[in-house]
Write a protein that binds this ligand. Structure first.
Ligand SMILES: C[S@@+](CC[C@H](N)C(=O)[O-])C[C@H]1O[C@@H](n2cnc3c(N)ncnc32)[C@H](O)[C@@H]1O
Length: 191
């Protein structure tokens, strides 16, 4: 469930800070779409970095969330690129200053790399393995990797609040493409 995923991230970040009060903490989201998660956790972390294939969603994220827009030139970095080149996309993008880049890749920065909602399910099957490898590399030793999915009890909310409002998030779909009983997408959408 999305609310539970937000709580999970808040707990993971709080635990990391308990272990080491001075530790920097960054969350990296693959396919951050409308940046719903970022809008909920921005006050808990030192940096948020989203890598999203669609520039349109980067613009939409800043339009939707004033708290993200406020930190546009600071701790929030939304980068256009494909997640199967995650680390290179982050390393080569000009949104980071040299100091921010050094802080980001520093071994003392806890990097929590994630996919939420059903991003894994909408990635083409051919690149899923590469994306996961890149997420491991991005998190690095001592980092964390989280992949989430919709719980069946929340999938209808997901369709109503996200997918019907922003059809590009998982491709054009209607309610008939979702099985709310099992929490699955009908195969024609995911294949
Ligand atoms: C299910 S949506 C994620 C929704 C997001 N969590 C939110 O809060 O809106 C999946 C996202 O992955 C993006 N995406 C698809 N293929 C991608 C790729 N190869 N690299 C990066 N992002 C990708 C899509 O544009 C879409 O925004």
């Amino acid at each position: 469930m999305f609310g539970h995923q937000v709580k999970l991230f808040k707990d993971l970040i709080a635990d990391a800070k308990k272990e080491n009060v001075n530790r920097h903490c960054s969350v990296i989201e693959v396919g951050m779409g409308t940046s719903e998660l970022f809008s909920k956790i921005i006050d808990d972390v030192d940096m948020l970095c989203g890598v999203e294939i669609s520039q349109k969603f980067i613009n939409t994220s800043y339009d939707l969330h004033s708290n993200l827009n406020k930190h546009k030139d600071g701790k929030i970095k939304l980068i256009q690129g494909s997640a199967n080149n995650l680390c290179d996309v982050i390393k080569n993008d000009g949104v980071f200053t040299e100091t921010e880049r050094d802080n980001f890749w520093n071994k003392d920065n806890l990097r929590l790399t994630c996919m939420v909602m059903n991003t894994m399910g909408i990635l083409p099957k051919e690149i899923r393995g590469d994306v996961i490898s890149e997420m491991y590399k991005c998190s690095g030793a001592g980092g964390k990797l989280v992949t989430g999915c919709w719980h069946k009890d929340e999938l209808q909310t997901g369709y109503k609040q996200f997918y019907s409002q922003f059809p590009e998030l998982c491709g054009p779909c209607t309610e008939a493409d979702f099985n709310y009983q099992t929490g699955d997408f009908v195969s024609s959408v995911t294949d």
